[in-house]
Design a protein around this ligand. Structure first.
Ligand code: URA
Ligand code: SF4
Length: 208
C-alpha cells in the first residue's frame, strides 16, 4: 500500500491537494466522505502534523475543525502563534473509523496506513519547507521519526532529527485529543503542557 503513484512531482500545495482527491494508496478512501488534505499558510514557519481527520473534518474536508481543533486553536493563541504562522496537516489524509449504529468511532491508523500515506506528507515537507515541524501526538511522530521514537520521553524539545526527507528540526508534543480525553483537574495541566511546548516552538522560529 502506498500513495506514491498518486503524488505528482513538483507543483505547489494546491497541486498536491487536487491530486490527493484521486488517491487510492490504501483502503481508507473508500468509506470516508472525502480526502482531508491541509489548511493554513504554505509559506508558514511552522508545520503542524496531526494524526488523521476526525468525524467533523471528514464531513467538512478541512483539518482540525472539530473539538480537538478548537482546543488546538486555543492553545496556539495562548502560545502567541497566529494563523499565518502555521501550515496544518495530518499523517493520514482519510478518516479511519468503526461504524457503531449511526455513529462513526475514531479508529487509530495502523502503521501500514501511516506508511501508505507518508508520500503526501513528504511532498508537503518538501514544498512547504518549514523552519520547524511540530508532531502532534504519537502517530505523527511515528510517521516522521520512526517506531522507536518515545513521545513521553522526548516531547517538548526542538531537535534536528532524521526524517524520510532528510534532517529536519522537529518538536513532538501531545495530541489535542489526548488533552480532551484527560479527565478532572489534570486536563488543565495537560493543556498547559501543550501550550508550553507550542511556546517553545514559537520561540524556535522566525515568525512571518
Ligand atoms: N485530529 C487530528 O489529528 N487531525 C485532525 O484534523 C482532527 C483531529
Ligand atoms: Fe491515499 Fe492516504 Fe487516503 Fe490512504 S489515507 S487513500 S494513502 S490519501
Amino acid at each position: 500500500m502506498s500513495a506514491a503513484e498518486w503524488v505528482p512531482e513538483g507543483g505547489n500545495v494546491d497541486t498536491l491537494r487536487r491530486a490527493a482527491t484521486e488517491c487510492r494508496g490504501c483502503e481508507l478512501w473508500e468509506p470516508a466522505t472525502q480526502v482531508v488534505f491541509s489548511a493554513g499558510n504554505p509559506a508558514a514557519p511552522i508545520m503542524l502534523v496531526g494524526e488523521q481527520p476526525g468525524d467533523s473534518e471528514d464531513r467538512r474536508g478541512l483539518p482540525f475543525v472539530g473539538p480537538a481543533g478548537q482546543l488546538l486553536q486555543r492553545a496556539l493563541a495562548e502560545a502567541g502563534i497566529g494563523v499565518a504562522d502555521v501550515y496544518v496537516t495530518n499523517a493520514v489524509k482519510h478518516f479511519r473509523f468503526t461504524p457503531q449504529g449511526s455513529r462513526r468511532i475514531h479508529a487509530t491508523p495502523q502503521t501500514t496506513h501511516l506508511l501508505a500515506c507518508r508520500p503526501w506528507l513528504e511532498a508537503e515537507l518538501r514544498v512547504v519547507d518549514p523552519q520547524l515541524v511540530v508532531c502532534l501526538g504519537a502517530s505523527a511522530a511515528k510517521s516522521l521519526l520512526g517506531p522507536t521514537f518515545r513521545l513521553t520521553a522526548e516531547r517538548g524539545e526542538v531537535r534536528e532529527r532524521d526524517t524520510p526527507v532528510g534532517v529536519r528540526r522537529v518538536l513532538a508534543t501531545l495530541h489535542p485529543s489526548a488533552v480532551l480525553r484527560t479527565q478532572g483537574p489534570e486536563r488543565d495541566e495537560a493543556f498547559a503542557g501543550l501550550v508550553t511546548d507550542l511556546r517553545t516552538a514559537a520561540a524556535a522560529v522566525e515568525k512571518t
